[in-house]
Ligand binder design. Structure first.
Ligand code: CTP
Length: 404
């Protein structure tokens, strides 16, 4: 993770996650960055300015003026190569969305001419509130980069979405941004990604589904867009939101809808990554009315869904790169290689449920990239890092296709 020579303004706002910011500063500096820290007054209740000044080796400011001295927010906003607001509280987010300027952090934000990265942190109910949703969409539309929240224990004692991304993930996000700046090997390319579960209706109130969150596929869609691709993300039911300006989301519910959405764009697609956990079967009949409780057992007859990956593989033309996933519990490599051939894919991303921290629901994944003449086992890493690795490999495959 390289941030050599990068100048970063870190703005810390009032959230319990502020206690992680001295470590964030330390990791940014370790990656080669110069860091200046500003805070809101609420942040100082959670982290000491002295700690932040000590690790950053620069004074920490929180007011537009300190006595007779004016802290030049315009100078700071112009000095930085990136401004990172981490943690970003619901309050600061709302001010950013509406252009309020009652703190040094908001003044620097409004003065910044560099890219701005926002790592929100708040309780799940606040994170899911419609006004927060709107504010995130608004600041994204201004060109800010959103570093997704993580799932886990929250200050309220509840478990859910809303934790600030870990310092290592924030640094990885920045490093990937700078590495991709001016490096857009997929510019002009069109990509298709599937993500999330599918819901197969049983009756008007019930369905057959699975525990996929869509996180891995969303990370891949964003990583492809970071490399310059125009991405269509066909997304099954999930509460996760997608924040990248170059990602067009098509929401679907069932495997059939996902199939139709994919088939309609695949002809124009250069790269397709099918990360969705598609239900292999759907109920034969969907009841018009809610099925009433009757006997001690209930049989539901299932019919096989169309295999989207295999269908795209069947119509794949030269130059198109097709990537599938395989979630295996036994004979992993053998099964992954089998899927490569059976579905005419160019790569299979293998994850094993045996690996701790891998698979559904986690923020991390441990994958092996399996292509016809290569296989690459990667360490346990964040889903963003795994997505970047998959996309780098796709860029290599695209290049190989071109030079064949
Ligand atoms: N897939 C798909 N359409 C389906 C089923 C799966 O596009 N109807 C895709 C998944 O998105 C994934 C890959 O196929 O990229 C592997 O899915 P998986 O369920 O592991 O494989 P199956 O072929 O269904 O085999 P099995 O369940 O027997 O392992």
């Amino acid at each position: 993770m390289d941030l050599s020579g990068k100048k970063i303004v870190l703005a810390v706002t009032g959230s319990i996650a502020a206690y992680k910011t001295p470590e964030l500063v330390r990791q940014m500096i370790k990656a080669g960055a110069e860091v200046r820290v500003i805070t809101t007054s609420a942040a100082e209740k959670f982290v000491s300015p002295l700690s932040l000044a000590t690790v950053s080796k620069h004074p920490v400011y929180s007011n537009v003026s300190d006595g007779a001295a004016w802290n030049n927010h315009v100078e700071m906003g112009r000095w930085a190569d990136a401004m990172v607001i981490a943690p970003c509280s619901a309050n600061t987010l709302a001010k950013m969305a509406n252009g309020l300027c009652d703190s040094l952090v908001n003044a620097v934000y409004l003065s910044a001419i560099c890219p701005v990265f926002v790592a929100p942190a708040m309780d799940e109910d606040m994170w899911l509130h419609q006004s927060t949703r709107n504010n995130i969409l608004k600041i994204r539309s201004y060109g800010n980069h959103i570093i997704p929240v993580a799932h886990g224990e929250l200050a309220s004692g509840l478990v859910g979405e809303g934790r600030m991304a870990e310092p290592a993930d924030i640094v990885a996000h920045l490093a990937s941004f700078f590495a991709n700046q001016g490096n857009k090997p997929l510019k002009g390319k069109k990509a298709l990604v599937t993500a999330g579960p599918t819901y197969e209706k049983i009756d008007p109130v019930r369905f057959i589904g699975n525990f996929s969150s869509g996180k891995m596929g969303i990370a891949i869609a964003e990583a492809l867009a970071d490399k310059g691709a125009a991405v269509t993300l066909v997304l099954g039911p999930t509460h996760l939101q997608v924040f990248h300006a170059n990602v067009n989301v098509v929401k679907v519910e069932s495997a059939n809808e996902m199939y139709d959405a994919c088939m309609s764009v695949f002809g124009e697609t250069d790269v397709a990554v099918l990360a969705a956990a598609v239900a292999d079967y759907r109920p034969d009949q969907v009841a018009d009315q809610k099925i009433k409780k009757q006997g001690d057992t209930l049989d539901i007859r299932l019919t096989k869904n169309k295999d989207i990956l295999a269908s795209l593989g069947g119509s794949k033309k030269a130059g198109q790169v097709l990537v599938g996933f395989a979630l295996e519990t036994t004979n992993e490599l053998e099964n992954a290689k089998g899927k490569l051939d059976a579905k005419n894919a160019d790569m299979i991303v293998l994850n094993s449920l045996k690996d701790e921290g891998a698979g559904f629901g986690h923020d991390t994944n441990k994958i092996t990239l399996v292509s016809r003449n290569n296989q690459q086992a990667l360490p346990l890493q964040s889903k963003q890092e795994a997505a970047a690795a998959i996309v780098n490999y796709i860029v290599e495959l695209q290049h190989a296709e071109k030079t064949v």
